[in-house]
Design a protein around this ligand. Structure first.
Ligand SMILES: Nc1ncnc2c1ncn2[C@@H]1O[C@H](COP(=O)(O)OP(=O)(O)OP(=O)(O)O)[C@@H](O)[C@H]1O
Ligand SMILES: [Mg+2]
Length: 218
């Protein structure tokens, strides 16, 4: 499966989601001998590549390959599943093109009103073009008693926007994992790290269930 993660807005959790979902898809599918390749399409910040390089300095090699988009060669870099992280600020046309080139476009968003407004703008051209292979992923969602995540999800669903059921909760473990170049699952002595990891694994399962359902309907 080819997955791309993009949003017109920056700082919404694209890189965090690309890396942790790459781990989650590996853990879900490696027994079926399926492999994952993380492609870093942010050629200004190289955040995903940096994440992996930082991990390597700390002695952690992810169970998937990582390559920059510029160096990606489909003949050389064979993998069952591709996960492309993009830079912030992709234009509307770029998103539409990406949705045509990939099996699934994941659009991460934080639940704040300002992010949601940007999100509605982002997906307008996708709706207009009749695309159906995109899903919003709510990230960095504050825990109860805050209801911001549920409210954001409901307002998106009310507006007809497809949203992944599982949201990614907010946790300092996410920043820790990014600083150390590791999977959030491997942040020790932080009980919320395993909860965020569980969120990403549920999202990965949801993605595969949806794809299988789409294929069955073809
Ligand atoms: N679940 C979460 N809990 C806490 N912080 C989070 C969570 N998800 C993302 N963040 C934080 O939000 C910030 C932005 O995340 P990230 O770098 O993944 O966004 P991005 O969309 O890739 O940004 P850019 O557009 O700059 O590439 C980071 O500081 C990250 O640690
Ligand atoms: Mg990024």
């Amino acid at each position: 499966m080819r997955i791309v993660i993009a949003n017109q807005k920056g700082g919404v959790g694209k890189t965090v989601s690309a890396v942790n979902l790459a781990y989650a898809i590996h853990s879900l599918r490696h027994e079926k001998k399926e492999s994952v390749l993380l492609i870093d399409g942010d050629e200004e910040n190289f955040a995903a590549s940096d994440w992996v390089a930082t991990g390597a300095k700390n002695g952690v090699t992810p169970p998937f390959g990582c390559v920059t988009l510029k160096d990606y060669d489909p003949k050389k870099h064979k993998a069952t599943h591709l996960m492309l992280d993009t830079k912030g600020g992709e234009g509307e046309d770029a998103l539409l093109t990406l949705s045509k080139q990939f099996d699934l476009l994941i659009i991460p968003s934080k639940p704040e009103a300002i992010s949601l407004r940007a999100l509605i703008r982002t997906i307008r051209p996708l709706v207009k073009a009749g695309r159906t292979n995109y899903r919003v992923l709510l990230t960095d969602v504050a825990s109860a008693p805050s209801t911001s995540g549920e409210e954001a999800k409901q307002s998106l669903l009310d507006a007809g926007v497809p949203v992944i059921g599982q949201m990614i909760r907010r946790a300092t473990a996410v920043e820790d994992a990014s600083n150390r170049g590791i999977c959030v699952r491997d942040v020790k002595r932080n009980s919320r790290a395993s909860l965020v990891w569980m969120d990403y694994t549920i999202v990965a399962r949801e993605i595969f269930a949806q794809i299988l359902q789409q294929e069955a309907m073809k």
